[in-house]
Design a protein around this ligand. Structure first.
Ligand code: TRP
Length: 344
């Protein structure tokens, strides 16, 4: 297959209450990727409509996630930062890919089964189609690398299958137009490592999640320093001391989680963290962890609060991001139309 220029694409659903897990698992990596790659970061508002939603909340959370992107250090001058619905080609390409993807492929998607629950007949058609829209997001830009969480791996595989089938089904027209043996690259997932998978502070076996009923389970990016220190002090641990070696974290999910958070925030390995804190009690470690967390999150929080009070600025970033995204999306969509036989 032809070599495609490297391009990073990722999407985040607009939700309120972004937390430390979102930061370490996604946003911090997005910021790092922009140093080495051209990146496109999209607030996927169309995906947010696949479950029952409130329009005013969708507007607010779309702006909040954008504010979080910016506050964490994503540079909207270097990268396209925009909301998905602004670039109509996402929905347009999704239709074309709907006609490429097979029902059997979609029937295997585990996230649909989870989200639809028992009453599947009552799920929206959009929820079923969610993975095809996600494939369209990525393929529209012919993106090559997609930083996502482990839970999105199956959707990425589907995107690759769709790209491959499109390339095969329309191989003649693709070659004829000078695209070699493939119009779409097969996008590669960049799955977050274990160091950045943040678990609940109340239960080391569950992911940190905005839907957790206990407010002590997560650290929100807008939590103030007292709230952060309080939540870390109350975080669940076990009675042992901190081990000196990484092996000693096995079977101790809460200890592993706190050490992992420290390591990720300090840009160190767990080994380095344990070399310093191993053998000590949790109380001292928690104090250090709280200080580090506050130090890292305070500037992000301040910037998020500032941006949340300035929606006009956030909207101007989204408008400019959409303009940039469209510059890539439009010619690609035109090519797709030509390839599949739509007159334009
Ligand atoms: N489904 C992704 C999630 O929930 C969000 C998403 C939508 C996405 N489109 C995307 C992620 C394209 C990466 C690329 O996390």
């Amino acid at each position: 297959m032809a070599k495609f220029p490297e391009l990073v694409f990722s999407g985040v659903q607009p939700t309120g209450n972004l937390h430390l897990g979102n930061y370490l698992g996604a946003l911090k990596r997005f910021v790092e990727m922009q140093k080495t790659h051209p990146c496109i970061y999209c607030v996927v508002d169309l995906h947010a409509m696949t479950m029952p939603h409130d329009p005013a909340t969708l507007r607010r959370t779309t702006r909040e996630v954008t504010a979080a992107f910016l506050a964490c250090g994503i540079d909207p001058k270097k990268n396209a930062v925009f909301n998905q619905s602004r670039v109509a080609e996402h929905a347009e390409l999704a239709w074309v890919l709907d006609c490429v993807a097979r029902l059997g492929w979609l029937n295997r998607m585990t996230q649909f089964k989870e989200k639809a629950g028992k009453d599947r007949e009552n799920a929206s058609v959009g929820l079923y189609n969610y993975p095809v829209l996600m494939a369209a997001d990525i393929l529209l830009y012919r993106a090559t690398h997609v930083p996502v969480g482990e839970d999105q791996k199956q959707h990425l595989e589907l995107a690759r299958d769709i790209a491959q089938k499109f390339n095969n089904d329309f191989a003649a027209g693709i070659a004829e137009r000078g695209y070699g043996d493939g119009f779409f690259p097969l996008p590669e997932p960049l799955i977050q490592g274990p160091a950045t998978r943040v678990m609940s502070l109340r239960d080391g076996s569950k992911k940190m999640s905005k839907s957790d009923p206990s407010e002590y389970s997560l650290i929100a990016l807008t939590d103030d320093p007292d709230a952060i220190a309080n939540k870390i002090r109350k975080a669940k641990t076990d009675p042992g001391a901190l081990p000196s070696e990484v092996e000693g974290l096995a079977g101790r999910p809460e200890a592993d989680n706190l050490v992992g958070i420290y390591a990720a925030l300090a840009d160190e390995s767990r080994t380095e963290v344990l070399a310093r804190f191993g053998g000590g009690q949790f109380s001292a470690f928690k104090t250090a962890l709280a200080e580090l967390t506050v130090a890292r999150l305070a500037p992000i929080r301040a910037e998020m609060l500032r941006l949340n009070a300035d929606p006009a600025h956030v909207d101007s970033v989204l408008a400019e991001g959409a303009r940039k995204a469209r510059e890539i999306a439009q010619p690609n969509m035109d090519a797709v139309k030509d390839i599949v036989g739509l007159i334009r």
